[in-house]
Ligand binder design. Structure first.
Ligand SMILES: Nc1ncnc2c1ncn2[C@@H]1O[C@H](COP(=O)(O)OP(=O)(O)O)[C@@H](O)[C@H]1O
Ligand SMILES: [Mg+2]
Length: 376
């Protein structure tokens, strides 16, 4: 057997993580998981970090330094070699720039895997940049990413597609600046408790559960620290049941996983599935398949696939529902770049459905590599 055959071209995958949003550290944790699991025999990996202030830097992608623990919040440092992404459709070559050095080519990139959560990553902005350059990337395109990031427009689109969402009110920045009292009047139609949220955030950042009208203004101000557009939702009493969705191959419809349940443990002191319960302590238990009647899991799966299609999602999304005490299923939200560490709900639900994490990563990259660029 000869060994001097040229190696077949391995697709070059740029893994982009960190980013400008408040979910920077969560994204680093996701990158740690993917860096460990991605098949190096199948792919050439280029890790690229985006610092909190928006610098793109070449990273060594060391998973140990990217892990999120109770004692350490990982962060992409803004120093090191800068990375430039081309903006012309004729070029897919990444270049590194270092002070006093001649720019160095990193070679062509075949596909980008943006592991970014939150604004400037999950919201269509970075997707638009890749579209401009005809660079393939994992996940939803510009519109679905933007719609999935904004808890207000997401609900408008779901309701328009006939999918169930709970009652809510929106407070824009200009309404708030003009007349706070009038803006808060819109919340009057909702029953307390309400959930006050930044419209475009994630990982429960800036969210609070408000039980009395007196506490509303403070909660809105807190949400506004993350996004000047705020959504106030009526509290839903029920269980949190989620479903992982994967784009179908070629012209097939979306594939849905077994449904999973998040239970916030009563002794952890969490009022809901907040940041600490999500990432830092044992405040929540994930189980999949969820212990719900078959009719309920079928309904969650139906809604998950329909929600994916209502927004025109691609690649992956996690759809989170409430199964209410009165037996209804209501969509809470869709996440176009859900938590993606090996322990996160999305990979766990696929694992339980028979698709382990390394294969899931592979499947997502293959879906992106085979999809056309431009309008699809
Ligand atoms: N309308 C609601 N009723 C009851 N609980 C809610 C409601 N909205 C949010 N929550 C709780 O807050 C958590 C975070 O809210 P979510 O809308 O999912 O924001 P994020 O995008 O940050 O995950 C949910 O997982 C749930 O525990
Ligand atoms: Mg959520």
């Amino acid at each position: 057997m000869t060994t001097d055959q040229p190696a077949p071209h391995k697709p070059r995958v740029a893994i982009v993580f960190g980013g400008r949003s408040s979910e920077h550290a969560v994204s680093c944790a996701t990158a740690a998981g993917v860096m460990r699991a991605i098949d190096r025999d199948a792919y050439d990996v280029i890790p690229i970090g985006i610092s909190r202030d928006g610098h793109w830097v070449l990273s060594d992608g060391d998973p140990q330094l990217l892990e999120l623990t109770a004692d350490r919040t990982p962060e992409v440092a803004p120093d090191g070699a800068g990375v430039v992404v081309p903006l012309a459709t004729t070029d897919r070559t990444l270049t590194t720039l270092e002070p006093q050095e001649i720019p160095r080519s990193l070679g062509e990139v075949d596909v980008v895997f943006p592991l970014l959560h939150g604004p400037f990553g999950e919201d269509g902005t970075i997707q638009g940049m890749f579209e401009m350059a005809d660079i393939r990337y994992v996940g939803s395109g510009v519109f679905a990413s933007a719609a999935g990031m904004d808890k207000h427009y997401m609900k408008v689109l779901f309701a328009g597609a006939g999918l169930p969402v709970g009652p809510y009110a929106v407070i824009t920045d200009s309404q708030w600046q003009r007349d706070k009292a009038a803006a808060m009047d819109a919340v009057g139609a909702l029953d307390y408790p309400v959930f006050v949220k930044p419209a475009r955030a994630g990982s429960s950042m800036g969210i609070s559960k408000v039980s009395t009208p007196e506490a509303l203004e403070g909660a809105i101000e807190m949400a506004r620290e993350h996004d000047r557009k705020v959504i106030v939702e009526q509290g839903i009493v029920g269980r949190e049941i989620e479903c992982a969705v994967l784009q179908g191959r070629r012209t097939d419809g979306p594939r849905v996983s077994h449904v999973g349940e998040i239970e916030v443990t009563a002794d952890g002191g969490h009022e809901f599935y907040d940041f600490e319960a999500k990432y830092l302590d044992d405040g929540a238990v994930l189980s999949c398949p969820a212990n719900v009647p078959d009719t309920v899991s079928a309904e969650v799966q139906r809604l998950a696939g329909a929600a994916f299609e209502a927004l025109g999602c691609e690649g992956l999304a996690r759809v989170d529902c409430f199964y209410t005490d009165t037996g209804e299923v209501i969509i809470n939200e869709i996440n176009t770049m859900p938590g993606f560490t090996p322990h996160s709900m999305y990979p766990q639900m696929w694992e339980a459905t028979g698709l382990p994490y390394p294969q899931l990563i592979d499947e997502l990259i293959q879906l992106a590599l085979t999809r056309p660029v431009g309008l699809r």
